[in-house]
Structure formats: structure tokens, C-alpha cells
Design a protein. Structure first.
Length: 97
């Protein structure tokens, strides 16, 4: 939205409530992994096409205020690494490796 609108306001959601929905609890995990893989492939095409002016565009988050796309990409990258670390830590603790 920040690429096509001037400082749009984004609406956060309650991740804990989404995680309780039927599809989150009954669908094979591969569906979510495939979805993320496809999304990330599209994002890489888009992000690799952006220049400094586009990365400086911003959106407004109710809790975080004004967020540039550059900052949001960095936050998302950190978030992904954080999740991977939690998963690999769990694998190690459970002896799944």
C-alpha cells in the first residue's frame, strides 16, 4: 500500500486469535510453508526493483507510527530469522535434529 498510496494507515490484527481459527489448526503445515515461499518469491522480485525513493515511502502503523518500507523490510528480515531460531532451538531441545 505504501508504494501506491501516500502514508496509508495499516490495520494490525490479533495473531493469537488468527492462530485459533480452524484452518490454522487443521490444515497441513505444508500449505502455509508453500504460501510463504510463494509470497517471498514475489516480494524478492518487487524488493529488488525498488530504489531509494521507493524504500523511503512509508505507512502509518497505529502502534509504531510512521514506518518506512526500508525499516519494515529490515524488521521482517529480523522477524524471519527470529522464527527460524526458535524453530531450530525447539528441534534441538526435542532431539528432532
Amino acid at each position: 500500500m505504501a508504494l501506491t498510496e501516500d502514508e496509508p494507515v495499516v490495520k494490525p490484527y490479533h495473531e493469537d486469535l488468527w492462530a485459533q481459527l480452524n484452518d490454522a489448526n487443521s490444515a497441513p503445515v505444508e500449505l502455509s510453508l508453500d504460501l510463504l515461499d510463494s509470497l517471498h518469491q514475489r516480494w524478492m522480485l518487487l524488493l529488488n526493483s525498488l530504489g531509494p525513493a521507493e524504500l523511503a515511502r512509508a505507512f502509518r502503523h497505529p502502534a509504531m507510527g510512521l514506518v518506512t518500507l526500508e525499516k519494515n523490510v529490515a524488521l521482517y528480515a529480523w522477524h524471519g530469522r527470529h522464527h527460524v531460531a526458535r524453530i531450530t532451538s525447539l528441534q534441538s531441545r526435542m532431539g528432532w535434529i
